[in-house]
Each structure stands twice: as structure tokens, then as C-alpha cells.
Design a protein around this ligand. Sequence first.
Ligand code: G3P
Ligand code: MG
Length: 242
Amino acid sequence: MMVVAHRGSSGSAPENTMAAFRAAAAAGADMIELDVRFSAECVCVVIHDRTLRRTTNGRGRVHAQTLAHLRSLDAGSWFSRRHSGEHIPTLAEVLRELPVSIGLDIEVKTDGDRRSLHLRASALARTIDQHGGHRQIIVSSFDHRFLTILARHAPNLAIGILVQPLRDITRRPSRIARRAGAIAVFCSRRIIRHRMVDDAHLHGISIGVYCVDTPAQLAKLQRYGVDMIFTNHPETILPCLG
Ligand code: G3P
Ligand code: MG
């Protein structure tokens, strides 16, 4: 079972910062999940929310800000004073600076916005091509249309489908994955069912579940036989795997 550090080691450091990613690598996580959005110039930046308020000292929507402004913000103080000075990383920076031994799940946030999908897909494909090296990378999204467009720009990229609880719950994981050419399906711990795991495995598709943060939750997912778990606390979960 692979352990994916969700937004990095986000229980012990500010999510989606280099500090959280380094902590995940130090803990021995197999992969890091991070969230990608786009600056006003369409540069890939790593931040979860649509707006800056919760995790930075800035205000407003991420996509309306220049890269220079985003880079000037403090993305660590909200978490602890010790982490003040952490900034919003670019995806290129993460790809260049993390050890190549750690895999990345790059989750793209589009908020369902139909505009600029091609521009964004090509910016992401180019960034991964230039800086991704031989690292294990999977690109995932709740926006399956974006993933289909991305696959045209980068046919060799591994794709993961995120299952939207309300929209996709009645559909078989293998069906959703096949339509987008995905090799993996990721879903919330709250909606996982044995039949979903069976269907994915029958069709050679990996299945990952988020977020698994306690030993009891981990034991349950081990019984389900899932391939990957996403956790905010890799330091707690990894030792439980032995
Ligand atoms: O990629 C799994 C998970 O990160 C999806 O939800 O909101 O934490 O990005 P969210
Ligand atoms: Mg995410």
C-alpha cells in the first residue's frame, strides 16, 4: 500500500509549502499530493483554496494575482510563527527541489471553470516536461474534462480521476477512469465501498482513498485492499504499516 502525504506533511507543517513537502520526504512517504492553480500569467502555483485568505496573508482570488505578488506572500504564519516566511511554491520549484525518489500526485483545481482549459493544460504539460525529470508523476483532478484535454497535450502522463461524491457516486470507477484514460481512481474515505475496489481491480485500475489519519482508519482501508492512502500525518501512519 502506497502512502501519499496529503498537501505534504500537512499535519505538522503548513499545507502545500516546501516545509510540508520536505517533512513528507523525511517521514518516508512514497508520494506527495499537492494542489495546483494558475497565476494571472498562467504559471502553475501550489495552493489549495480558490482564494488566498485561509493559508496566506493575502486577499483575493489566486488566478487574478501576478506570480510576483503570489511569491511575495507569507504562506506559513497562519499555521505557526515558526513557519513564517514559507511562500507559495511554483510547481517548477517543487519539481526541481524535491528528491526524485518521491512521487507526486499533482491535483489540478479548476473549480469547473471552462475558460482557459487548453492554456492551463499546456502550461502544466510544459512545466512537467521541463522540470519533471524521471520522477513518478500522476496528474489528478475532479475536472475530468480538464484531464481529457491534458492527455491531448501530454499523452504519456499518468492520469488519476477524483470521484466527486454527489456527481459520480453511482458510476463504476472503471467507467469513469476509462473515459479519461486514467490509471487510478481516488475517492473520499466516506464513500469507499468494497464493490468500488473490486470493480477497479477487475479492470487493472489502482484505487486510492483520502484522508486516512488514524491507525483505526488505516486498518479499515487495509481490509478493503486499497492501493494508496492519502494522509495528513505520514509520520503517524507510516510506522503502523510496519
Ligand atoms: O487529491 C485528494 C484530495 O486532495 C482532494 O480533495 O480538497 O483535499 O484537494 P482536496
Ligand atoms: Mg487536493
